[in-house]
Design a protein around this ligand. Structure first.
Ligand SMILES: Nc1ncnc2c1ncn2[C@@H]1O[C@H](COP(=O)(O)OP(=O)(O)OP(=O)(O)O)[C@@H](O)[C@H]1O
Ligand SMILES: [Mg+2]
Length: 382
């Protein structure tokens, strides 16, 4: 028998280079973000004149190119500073990986060659080590550090605004914060706000035509010639434009549609594959959420599923009874159930609706499942 990988490898594919559709790939050109990238550059150019740039805050919904634009600008600055008589460092930190002030500062120290442990020291020791870097540097030049704090909301929620205070109160450090929420500044106290004299840059959602431009450019690099039916790119763009102009979703649709065409051994990607791609992405998203829920919460969801399948109206008392049966003695209190219901509602898996039962009978919350019962069954019992 021929080696199974050989057989699979030689099978045709609509893709020329699928990696270019991966989230981690940073394109060399970002259509429709020229204005935002130029804005960043206009502030950062100060660094080339040996002046610490203003702090910057980038806002925008998910998939609007914030991370891509910031990384692009970082690379451009690195390139531009090579032949200049300046000493500039740019450091990118994703605040989902480094979730406390200590961790961020320790990481920065390490990136700049200081041996700081990720735990054990006091915060003051770490901060002092960090500040020392700027006091004396071997090059005898003014070191300017630009720190990009991506998904800063998570850090602020988790550990407060100390990080911004420390960074903005360190000479020669400029911060670019990236946030999904315009209201992220409510986590910042006035004393920090006054030292964060930041410039704001907004990343609006992409429109359908803009998404077409983005996808077409990427498709040219990643798909083989004549493998995309004419309506595929516009269809992906239209679907993504409907959900808040999210370029990541548009690219996911295109890639998944291509994968489905390959699975089908089709030489071409058609619009129907985009429909299937939409279902598959939705399926995977819900499955991921459910599989990572804590056990007790999964049991509540299981109870909701059971009641839904029995076509019963779901109120909290009945839900608790069903939940207790499932958890067989290992259950949380009735009051905790309301937290779970809130969390499930925030995740979009269920919805609640208050109805009045008529005079004197008060009001009741009715819970309705918002996702497909088959998907839920798969996720809970797989
Ligand atoms: N203008 C663009 N041109 C080409 N690709 C783009 C553009 N904007 C976004 N992308 C691509 O879309 C995907 C999402 O972009 P990015 O990660 O920058 O979004 P984001 O705003 O940081 O989203 P989130 O808030 O979820 O982190 C990435 O794969 C990125 O390469
Ligand atoms: Mg991002």
């Amino acid at each position: 028998m021929e080696n199974i990988f050989k057989g699979l490898k030689n099978r045709g594919s609509v893709f020329k280079d699928k990696q270019l559709l991966d989230h981690r790939f940073l394109p060399h050109h970002l259509p429709h973000r020229e204005e935002q990238i130029t804005s960043i550059a206009k502030y950062w150019i100060e660094a080339l004149n040996n002046v610490t740039p203003s702090d910057i805050t980038i806002y925008g919904k998910t998939g609007t190119g914030k991370t891509a634009a910031a990384k692009f600008a970082m690379n451009q600055l690195k390139e531009a500073s090579i032949n200049e008589d300046v000493f500039i460092r740019t450091e990118y930190i994703r605040c989902t990986d480094y979730t406390t002030e200590y961790q961020v500062i320790a990481r920065l120290c390490q990136q700049m060659g200081r041996d700081v442990p990720y735990r054990g020291w006091t915060k003051a020791e770490v901060v002092n080590t960090f500040r020392d870097i700027f006091k004396k540097n071997a090059f005898g030049k003014n070191l300017i550090l630009i720190v990009v704090l991506d998904e800063i909301d998570i850090l602020l929620k988790n550990d407060g605004d100390g990080i911004l205070y420390t960074l903005t109160r360190t000479d020669n450090v400029s911060v670019l914060s990236i946030s999904n929420h315009v209201e992220f500044k409510k986590f910042i106290k006035p004393r920090v706000k006054s030292s964060l004299r930041d410039r704001e840059i907004v990343f609006p959602p992409y429109g359908a035509q803009q998404l077409i431009d983005i996808l077409e450019e990427r498709a040219r690099l990643s798909f083989n010639k004549n493998t995309l039916d004419d309506d595929v790119v516009p269809y992906c763009a239209a679907l993504a434009a409907k959900i808040e102009g999210d370029a990541r979703y548009a690219l996911d649709l295109l890639r998944t549609a291509g994968e489905l065409a390959d699975e089908d051994e089709s030489k071409k990607v058609f619009g129907a594959y985009v429909n299937d791609a939409k279902d598959r992405i939705e399926h995977n998203k819900i499955t991921d959420i459910i599989m990572t829920l804590p056990t007790q919460q999964q049991r509540v969801l299981e109870a909701i599923l059971k009641l839904t399948q029995r076509k019963e109206e779901i109120i909290s008392g009945k839900l608790y009874d069903a939940y207790e049966k499932i958890s067989k003695g290992d259950s949380v209190s009735y009051r905790r159930i309301f937290d779970f219901i809130n969390e499930l509602e925030m995740l979009g898996i269920i919805s609640t609706n208050t109805v009045s039962r008529g005079r004197g009978k008060g009001r009741t919350n009715i819970i309705t499942l918002q996702c497909d019962t088959d998907i839920l069954t798969d996720a809970l019992y797989s």
